[in-house]
Design a protein around this ligand. Structure first.
Ligand SMILES: Nc1ncnc2c1ncn2[C@@H]1O[C@H](COP(=O)(O)OP(=O)(O)O)[C@@H](O)[C@H]1O
Ligand SMILES: [Mg+2]
Length: 281
């Protein structure tokens, strides 16, 4: 059993403020987990705002170097990868698709560029073929988006296009940082269902960062819950959310899940509660 991704006691400390009043923020503290290469999964990171989720994502993406600890992709330190080789394996999806794309640039250009740079496409025809294939995997097509600008698509469509752009690179891992929080509640499930299909059909692993417990409960294979940079709970999603041991995860569970008559938990008014997971603390 070989690891696709390993985090070994990874920490990140930022110093803030001026020369004389510098303040240290321990954004991520000693986080360890591993994703296996032969077991694609949706690995979810849950936590309220400021708990260190995006910092963790940026370290996995090689944007920030850890202050201590090590991150390995296929056994090799992320820092040792040549950037282009790394991006061919690990692709990001961000929260706001309107910020992910330059408003003055046609969407298909991003797909062609990614196909050529990271997806091994040589020449325009190959890039178009790969772009169309990736767009079809997310329920769009090249014919639909060709020549269009970001603002000509809805938020949900644009997030799908962002996922297609990531897929064009043919990565093994996608890191999606709050990919549904700017998307209409009614469309969130269709995006996370898409993640499930990409896992099952393409064998992709996805690190799904969210504070939306309803979608996390529904789609995750395993999850970790972070609070103030620390992992306070981890395990198979259903086990963790049905029988949380940490007070913080119990609060989270109670915020969105209500017991049914059989004693199992089902998702309640998720959108509202998930927006304020720390509300009862
Ligand atoms: N570039 C940075 N410089 C200084 N502090 C940062 C930086 N990025 C994040 N932080 C701090 O690290 C903590 C965790 O932030 P973040 O990882 O963005 O959390 P989350 O994504 O869970 O909301 C916060 O206290 C935040 O202010
Ligand atoms: Mg964040």
């Amino acid at each position: 059993m070989s690891a696709l991704l390993e985090l070994d006691r990874v920490s990140k400390t930022f110093s803030r403020g001026g020369l004389f009043s510098s303040q240290r923020v321990e954004a991520v503290k000693e986080v360890s987990f591993a994703l296996q290469a032969d077991k694609p999964e949706i690995f979810t990171v849950i936590g309220e705002s400021g708990s260190g989720k995006s910092t963790l994502a940026r370290m996995v993406l090689g944007i920030h170097a850890p202050s201590s600890g090590q991150i390995r992709l296929a056994g090799r330190d992320v820092a040792a990868y040549e950037r282009q080789a790394f991006m061919a394996e690990v692709q990001p999806i961000f929260q706001n698709p309107f910020e992910a794309f330059n408003p003055l640039k046609q969407l298909d250009r991003y797909l062609f560029m990614t196909a050529e740079r990271f997806g091994g496409a040589s020449g325009r025809t190959a890039a178009e073929g790969q772009a169309d294939e990736a767009l079809r995997q997310v329920g769009l097509s090249l014919a639909e988006i060709a020549g269009r600008f970001p603002h000509e698509l809805s938020g949900g469509q644009l997030q799908r296009a962002a996922i297609a752009r990531a897929l064009v690179a043919k990565p093994r891992l996608i890191v999606a940082d709050e990919p549904v929080s700017m998307v209409d509640a009614s469309l969130r499930m269709s995006i996370v269902n898409l993640f499930g299909r990409l896992r099952d059909q393409l064998g992709l692993s996805i690190i799904y960062i969210t504070h939306d417990l309803a979608t996390a409960y529904y789609i995750s294979d395993r999850l970790i819950i972070m609070q103030k940079g620390v992992v306070v709970e981890q395990g198979p999603a259903r086990a963790v959310l049905s029988a949380p041991t940490h007070p913080y995860s119990r609060q989270l569970r109670d915020a969105v899940l209500t017991p049914d008559s059989a004693g199992a938990f089902r998702v309640a008014h998720s959108a509202k509660a998930a927006a304020t997971p720390g509300a009862s603390s």
